[in-house]
Write a protein that binds this ligand. Sequence first.
Ligand SMILES: NC(=O)c1ccc[n+]([C@@H]2O[C@H](COP(=O)([O-])OP(=O)(O)OC[C@H]3O[C@@H](n4cnc5c(N)ncnc54)[C@H](OP(=O)(O)O)[C@@H]3O)[C@@H](O)[C@H]2O)c1
Length: 325
Amino acid sequence: MHAWLCETLEGVDALRWKELPTPEPKAGEVRIAVKAASLNFPDLLIVEGKYQFKPPLPFVPGAEYAGTVDAVGEGVSHLRPGQPVAAIAGTGGFGTHACVSATQVLPLPPGFALEHGAAFAFTYGTSHHALVDRAQLKAGETVLVLGAAGGVGSAAVQIAKAVGARVIAAASSDEKCAFARSIGADDTINYTAGDLREAIKAATGGKGPDVVYDPVGGAFAEPVFRSIGWRGRYLVVGFACGGIPALPWNLALLKGASIVGVFWGDFVKREPKASAAALGQLAQWYAEGKVRPALDATLPMGEIREAYARMASRRVMGKLVLVNP
Ligand SMILES: NC(=O)c1ccc[n+]([C@@H]2O[C@H](COP(=O)([O-])OP(=O)(O)OC[C@H]3O[C@@H](n4cnc5c(N)ncnc54)[C@H](OP(=O)(O)O)[C@@H]3O)[C@@H](O)[C@H]2O)c1
């Protein structure tokens, strides 16, 4: 097997494509022949030691991938060689083969493309947990999605539409706003042009959004929280811009509003049944065509540096996927 090996925490330039001994699955594990692996924001952080999960060196990055089961370890009875699967493993995806605990493997239903399987559970699982579970979003409510052209943002747009909400997508360029419309947003705001609070007021008839989905953080959080509607729910999803916002608490009082934390990784571990039910609903929505990963590009696995550079410079719309021949 070959894989991109991270031996030092010096970022993507220090990754090396190496031949490694093909691992045998231990008890409870399966080996997957990787077809496709998607890029998620934590993949950028993990090779610099900046992510909350710090695997021991050396490791192969690539949190989310899909392929076919190649070998099955002792005690695994629900997966069989040749079966198409996706894995949310934290590491291991940026290579040709990976061994992973069977508990982190999701069988892909018939008709589920491997490239989509590699770009699904992380973003759609996060956004479903955020909007449906944490915010209790209802049909007819209005959601403002920041970073709406990104991975979790684009999933949030589609999930909010599937629930029956009205979606205002906010992003940093007109091109990204047009992309957000193409995947279902009802209205858009380019937050690099004009007054953000005025734009939110205009888009919501002065009422403010019922729910805000924020994977960006930084300087937008306070003006957006000031614009939220009565009983609004502000979903704290991530800090892609690097800055962790701080808010005056009186703002929550004035709107009867809630600041709601979202931590999908722990939700999956702590509430596996609820997580499985959410993924089941998402698979159903995929089959019905209500949600579908928008693939910005499918690059060969060898082009990992190009993939990282595009994500780090905010050039990705939807998801980037790396594929093996
Ligand atoms: N809480 C959870 O459970 C959970 C789960 C998954 C991901 N996350 C977090 O969610 C965030 C987004 O992840 P993602 O995979 O969707 O990433 P992504 O595809 O790169 O999207 C992030 C978006 O953030 C915006 N952004 C603003 N400033 C940026 C900067 N300096 N660098 C990069 N992007 C910037 C960009 O949109 P504009 O250009 O339009 O501003 C970009 O589209 C990350 O912080 C990630 O760690 C959290």
